[in-house]
Write a protein that binds this ligand. Structure first.
Ligand code: ATR
Length: 262
């Protein structure tokens, strides 16, 4: 039986095992997918287990998407450009690191037919997922990307990698078509961003968070007359991409999938 894992710290909240095991069962695949909480010191050991064929693939979540890179033999272009790896496997003796968050984000927008081309984007946060968002938005030809982060230095660091980024101070709300919450604010149900969107309507509010289903950011966005989308489809599509790479078969995304993740 093949073994797959999602690793992170914390990891309890991860729905990846539910989704992967559902698709594994549907496809009659002889495999199992678990979650494992670990520390940075354990990353090398996990990779060794992939080399020895004890583990056949891993997903990486917060906070190890960058830390894992030193153990990877070959990065995909997306993983290299973002310095972020969420999917690992062995191919012809080489440890491959790939980033499926980028495609996950892109496909989630395609699904709802939101065209990024020539749109002005405003990103809140500068954490681990943000390089993947920027890479996807650039690929989809956004006209501008403005970043705001509570700790400005982290936004400035991102600008070293993505020179076309614009930075604005935390608290300022620039003109935009799409605003993305990529901060961790909203993960706890009483979390609220200290930002004032009261003059914004008829735009699009996207939250990378999918649990809870509706953050305060999305609730307020909706109340003000904006379209909203949470991170659930991004989550499903990044898993779909990883599953397809590992098992070389494309699982189905349907209502039942959404139901088991609720
Ligand atoms: P990491 O920074 O380790 O990659 P992350 O969960 O990916 O972790 O990112 C957390 C993001 O949420 C950061 O952009 C963080 O801002 P700081 O860089 O200033 O820490 C942001 N964040 C967390 N709590 C916040 C809060 N109360 N208000 C605004 N932003 C917050």
């Amino acid at each position: 039986m093949k073994k797959y894992l999602v690793i992170g710290n914390p990891i309890d909240h991860s729905l990846s095992p539910v989704l992967h095991n559902y698709w594994i069962k549907k496809g009659n695949i002889n495999a199992v997918y678990d979650k494992k909480k670990l520390n940075k010191e354990d990353l090398g050991n996990i990779i060794n287990q992939i080399k020895q064929n004890n583990i056949h693939g891993i997903n990486i979540t917060v906070p190890f998407k960058k830390d894992i890179i030193e153990f990877i033999d070959q990065l995909s272009p997306e993983a290299a450009a973002t310095q972020s790896v969420n999917t690992v496997y062995l191919n012809e003796g080489q440890i491959i690191g790939h980033n499926t968050d980028i495609a996950g984000f892109e496909l989630s927008l395609n699904k709802i037919k939101y065209d990024i081309k020539d749109k002005k984007i405003f990103i809140l946060g500068a954490g681990g997922v943000v390089p993947s968002l920027i890479y996807a938005l650039d690929r989809m030809k956004a006209s501008s990307i403005i970043i705001s982060n509570r700790t400005k230095e982290k936004a400035l660091d991102l600008k070293k990698k993505f020179q076309n980024l614009k930075i604005c101070n935390w608290g300022i709300i620039p003109d935009f078509d799409l605003v993305i919450n990529a901060t961790s604010v909203g993960l706890k149900s009483n979390d609220k961003l200290d930002l004032d969107f009261s003059n914004v309507n008829n735009k699009f509010f996207y939250d990378v968070i999918y649990n809870p289903e509706e953050t305060d950011f999305l609730r307020k966005g909706k109340m003000l007359g904006n379209n909203t989308e949470n991170g659930m489809m991004m989550f499903i599509y990044q898993a779909h991409q990883a599953f397809t790479i590992w098992h070389k078969t494309m699982p189905e995304i349907n209502d039942e999938v959404l139901k088991i993740l609720k």
